[in-house]
Write a protein that binds this ligand. Structure first.
Ligand code: CA
Length: 226
């Protein structure tokens, strides 16, 4: 596991907790060291501080994602730095923890993330084409969606929104990231996104005002229940 953090006190606590939790750590205190470490070996997860002497952990995240790697990443952000959190999620961070944090909480997040990654790949290997979450079934090939065994008739855009969210269940998609992905294949405008989401909910949720699948993360975006 790669830990990019420059505050000795935090590094010390993190290392001892992660080691006690059975994780091997590669400690880096600069962006440059992190790139060198990633070049040498592929960790199973990275923990990235935002503010470092020679840059930001978000640069490491950006670079990793743009090379197509889905290496799980948790971003450490300072309290009150909402923009770091949002940028981190937009760049594809899997989770974030706000400083000051309890090392036990971080360890729990690490474990939860690794579990999610395992489940994700299990679902991919197992079915490949179809994804099942609770009573919701999504077939990526035929574009059929079933809820409680009954077919839901989604528009192309509604299906795409659901398919994007289902690509990483439990992961928060900011509105900007969702719009960005939707724009790849046609135009959709910010003001119509909510309408598409509402329509989608009407078709797949038992109670569209109290959704069980397509969840709103207030102030950030949307996610699919995992
Ligand atoms: Ca720092």
């Amino acid at each position: 596991m790669l830990v990019l953090e420059d505050e000795p006190r935090i590094v010390e606590v993190l290392e001892s907790y992660l080691r006690a939790g059975g994780f091997e750590t590669t400690l880096c205190s600069t962006v440059e060291e992190a790139f060198a470490a990633l070049h040498r070996s592929q960790p199973d997860l990275m923990i990235l501080d935002v503010s470092l002497p020679d840059g930001s952990g978000l640069d490491v995240l950006r670079e990793t994602r743009s090379s197509g790697s889905l290496l799980p990443a948790i971003v450490l952000t300072a309290r009150g730095e909402e923009s770091d959190r949002i940028v981190g999620l937009e760049l594809g961070a899997d989770d974030y923890v706000t400083k000051p944090f309890s090392p036990r909480e971080l360890l729990a997040r690490v474990r939860a993330l690794l579990r999610r990654v395992d489940e994700r790949s299990a679902v991919r290997n197992d079915a490949g084409r179809s994804l099942r979450i609770g009573e919701l079934e999504i077939d990526q090939i035929t574009h059929e969606v079933r809820i409680d065994g009954k077919r839901a008739n989604l528009t192309a855009t509604e299906f795409r929104i659901l398919a994007i969210l289902a690509g990483n269940p439990g992961e928060v998609f900011t509105r900007a990231r969702l719009l960005d992905r939707l724009r790849d294949g046609g135009n959709i405008y910010e003001r119509t996104l909510d309408r598409h989401i509402n329509n989608l909910r009407r078709k797949i949720e038992r109670d569209s005002h109290d959704p069980a699948y397509v969840l709103t993360v207030y102030g950030v975006g949307y996610k699919l229940k995992s």
